[in-house]
Design a protein around this ligand. Structure first.
Ligand code: SAM
Length: 257
């Protein structure tokens, strides 16, 4: 078997493996191993900071990856996104599943302007996957708004694109081209939270070890026991302060100071 046929066979095995995991309810399969790990790191971070039954404002909800996780925790969720098309897709995908009962309503919303919500209206704001990276010019004002709409002991849980991590995994990104999205160093996140009047609770990388090696990852994932061990090591590595700048995303939890 040549190399590409072998990689194809491993990928098919991997797809079946993810399908089985999805059927067991332990996780939904991602489109690839790297995406699966990203989802798992984000999911575990969410579970640390989102209390069961919380009132949640989800910013940039996209296709529903984390609405389903919030619903599994009994949360009541206002689902928002800047794109009405993505909200419509969210509705099509979630309608008819148990998660729909957790959706209070869906609203088109620019995460940089949450003026329509009252102070302390939510226990948690979840902004995963880069909405704060998309509000390039006004991230401080945007985060200040998100901190305003959580209760004094509430929490904003977010992830942003990593600047140094993207260079580490894709050295060509160093050529200085402007990207549409803002990318962050961990030190930028620290500054952002303080400038927005918040207090950092914790942080993590995503995909510290698993970005940039799709074939190695596919081989690892084909062996269930090896894969489980790898995921545990990866989640633990991502949580190390020294790893925060080395992944695809930086996750953080912040409270009003
Ligand atoms: C990479 S997707 C992440 C979706 C989901 N949170 C997840 O992690 O799977 C980023 C989402 O943010 C939304 N978005 C981009 N800019 C935004 C903004 N200024 N306000 C709110 N949502 C925004 C996009 O439409 C998209 O659905």
């Amino acid at each position: 078997m040549d190399h590409s046929a072998a990689v194809g066979a491993v990928r098919r095995h991997l797809d079946r493996h993810f399908d089985r995991l999805g059927e067991q309810g332990s996780a939904r399969p991602g489109t690839d191993a790297c995406g699966w790990v990203s989802r798992e790191v984000h999911r575990r971070f969410l579970r640390r900071f989102v209390p069961r039954g919380a009132r949640v404002l989800e910013i940039g909800a996209g296709a529903h990856r984390f609405t389903t996780e919030l619903a599994a925790r009994g949360c009541r969720v206002v689902v928002t996104d800047a794109s009405s098309a993505l909200l419509a897709a969210h509705q099509r995908r979630v309608r008819g599943t148990p998660a729909e009962r957790s959706v209070l309503r869906r609203e088109v919303l620019d995460g940089a302007d949450v003026g329509r919500y009252a102070d302390g209206e939510f226990d948690v704001v979840l902004a995963y996957g880069g909405p704060l990276s998309a509000v390039r010019c006004c991230a401080v004002g945007a985060l200040r708004g998100l901190l305003r709409v959580v209760t004094p002991d509430g929490v904003v849980v977010a992830s942003v694109l990593s600047l140094l991590g993207s260079w580490r995994h894709q050295p060509s990104a160093l050529d200085g081209r402007e990207t549409t999205d803002r990318r962050y160093r961990w030190s930028d996140v620290v500054q952002l939270v303080h400038a927005a009047g918040g207090e950092l609770v914790d942080g993590s990388a995503s995909n510290w070890a698993s970005a940039g090696h799709p074939d190695t990852l596919a081989h690892l994932a084909a062996d269930r026991a090896a894969w489980r061990r790898f995921v545990e090591h990866e989640v633990a590595a991502c949580a190390e302060p020294g790893a925060r700048d080395g992944g695809t995303h930086i996750l953080f939890a912040a409270r009003p100071a």
